[in-house]
Write a protein that binds this ligand. Structure first.
Ligand SMILES: [Fe+2]
Ligand SMILES: [Fe+2]
Length: 187
């Protein structure tokens, strides 16, 4: 497998989690309620699986290695937009945590803030993933020889040991509607 194969597989996992987020978003919009447990799981997923693991593999391993190559200007430009996106997603997830706290306290406007923050998350990730999958990952592999790609794969698997990887795969795959339905019964 190519190193980008692992990253692209993770994109599919993140996309499945985004479907869960969208379901919860739609129900919250309809009912005015959302499960704070779901929000906590969502925040943890995006902080741990998407950022601490997936973004970290991109930034600390792939992008860093690319930084040592003579990259085409266009690829360098895309890489800096990807880094910027990662920063923005961190802020969005942080804002989601803050809005969840407000919602728990029953603050006025908390639901509006929650919905707006979820919308931002739902908007940024698909575009980001598409840029990586369709415009960046394949050309990025052209800069490395087979040995370098092997090393990268090993580094990726080392990173994956630093979190409970399977737990997050399960969350994305099996977090079904009941969570959203629970939200109808309140917090
Ligand atoms: Fe990324
Ligand atoms: Fe990615």
């Amino acid at each position: 497998m190519q190193p980008i194969g692992i990253l692209m597989k993770e994109h599919r996992i993140i996309e499945r989690m985004l479907v869960r987020v969208e379901e919860a978003y739609n129900i919250a919009k309809l009912t005015g309620n959302i499960s704070t447990d779901f929000l906590m799981t969502e925040i943890d997923f995006f902080q741990t699986f998407a950022d601490k693991n997936h973004h970290a593999k991109e930034e600390d391993i792939l992008f860093r290695a690319l930084g040592q190559k003579r990259m085409q200007i266009e690829h360098r430009r895309i890489m800096s937009t990807l880094l910027e996106d990662h920063k923005i997603t961190r802020l969005i997830v942080w804002a989601l945590g803050a809005a969840r706290e407000k919602y728990l306290r029953g603050s006025e406007g908390a639901m509006v803030e929650l919905l707006a923050t979820m919308e931002r998350l739902l908007a940024i990730y698909p575009k980001h993933i598409e840029t990586e999958d369709k415009h960046f990952f394949y050309p990025s592999m052209e800069y490395f020889n087979e040995m370098e790609k092997e090393e990268m794969l090993e580094q990726f698997s080392e990173y994956n040991k630093s979190i409970d990887y399977e737990k997050y795969v399960q969350i994305a795959e099996h977090f079904e509607h009941p969570i959203a339905i629970h939200s109808m019964s309140g917090r």
